[in-house]
Every structure is written in structure tokens, then in C-alpha cells.
Write a protein that binds this ligand. Structure first.
Ligand code: FES
Length: 156
């Protein structure tokens, strides 16, 4: 601010101009609030959080799950309190998905070649991408590490 009351960063706004700026700010803020309310009304709100996995005991022996013997196979299991879907995506690659629906926390089930939430019908691909139904985000995918020599899959 200069000593004459004007701002060094640009022209000083008059009372009418300030009113115009305030009006535009109000309109923009109102539009943002309306958009947030519309998203909440259609159910696209803060996603449910996928459960954290324990720091130990988060391994599975793949040979214990016959459904994982072939690429495309799925095993439904829990590690700690986290319900998971393990999908074999290659000879030595896996995807570990949280079965907690990111919409409002329903537990997704297998449906066709992917998954579906029984609560509001969100659908997901076999690798967890949202594909339709209730709008939401993708299923949470945990990191996986597979030791082919031992057949042990670590999920973290
Ligand atoms: S909880 Fe609403 S679609 Fe899953």
C-alpha cells in the first residue's frame, strides 16, 4: 500500500467496482456450493476408505487358492479386517483389490468378469476400474509382490 492509499499491485477499485467484484465472488462461490450439493445428492461424496492392512501376516500362499491357478482367477479372502479380491492377471502378476466399495462402504461381490456392489449397484472391472452403475471411484488396489519360487504373494 502506498502512502496515498493506493495499492502498488494495481489500480485501486472504486466502491461500485468492489461491489461488482463482490457480486462475482458471491456468484462463483454460490455455483461451487450448488455443484457440491448436487454431487452429494447423487451420492458422489467422500469415498469410503479401504482398510489398512496389518504390517505382518499379509502374505498368502497362492497354491492354497485353487481359483488362482489360472490367469483371470479370483480369490475372495481377508487379511486382517480387510476383505480383498485377489485377481491373477498373469503367470506371476496379481492385483489385490479392496472389496470395500468406495461409494459408501458396501462389500463388492464377484459379478460376471468383474465386481458389483450389492448396496447401490456400482460395477467394477476385474482390475478394479469403475465401469458403471452408481458413480464412484475405482476400487482401491493394494501393492502386491509375488515370489514365484515360493508361491507367496505379499499384499501391502
Ligand atoms: S455402497 Fe453405494 S454403490 Fe457401493
Amino acid at each position: 500500500m502506498k502512502t496515498d492509499g493506493t495499492c502498488a499491485c494495481g489500480p485501486t477499485l472504486s466502491g461500485d467496482q468492489l461491489t461488482g467484484v463482490a457480486r462475482r465472488t458471491f456468484i462463483v462461490q454460490s455455483a461451487l456450493l450448488a455443484a457440491a450439493a448436487a454431487l452429494a445428492a447423487c451420492g458422489v461424496t467422500a469415498d469410503a476408505t479401504a482398510p489398512a492392512l496389518p504390517s505382518s501376516g499379509n502374505t498368502i500362499n497362492v497354491s492354497s487358492y485353487p481359483s488362482l491357478s489360472a490367469v483371470g482367477g479370483v480369490a475372495m479372502l481377508s487379511i486382517g479386517n480387510a476383505p480383498l479380491a485377489i485377481v491373477r492377471t498373469g503367470s506371476s502378476s496379481f492385483v489385490a483389490l479392496s472389496r470395500v466399495c468406495p461409494h459408501q462402504g458396501g462389500i463388492v461381490d464377484q459379478s460376471g468378469s468383474g465386481f458389483q456392489c450389492p448396496v447401490h449397484g456400482a460395477r467394477f472391472s476385474q482390475t478394479g476400474q469403475w465401469t458403471g452403475g452408481q458413480g464412484t471411484s475405482n476400487l482401491h488396489a493394494y501393492a502386491t509382490s509375488y515370489d514365484a519360487a515360493t508361491g507367496v504373494l505379499t499384499v501391502s
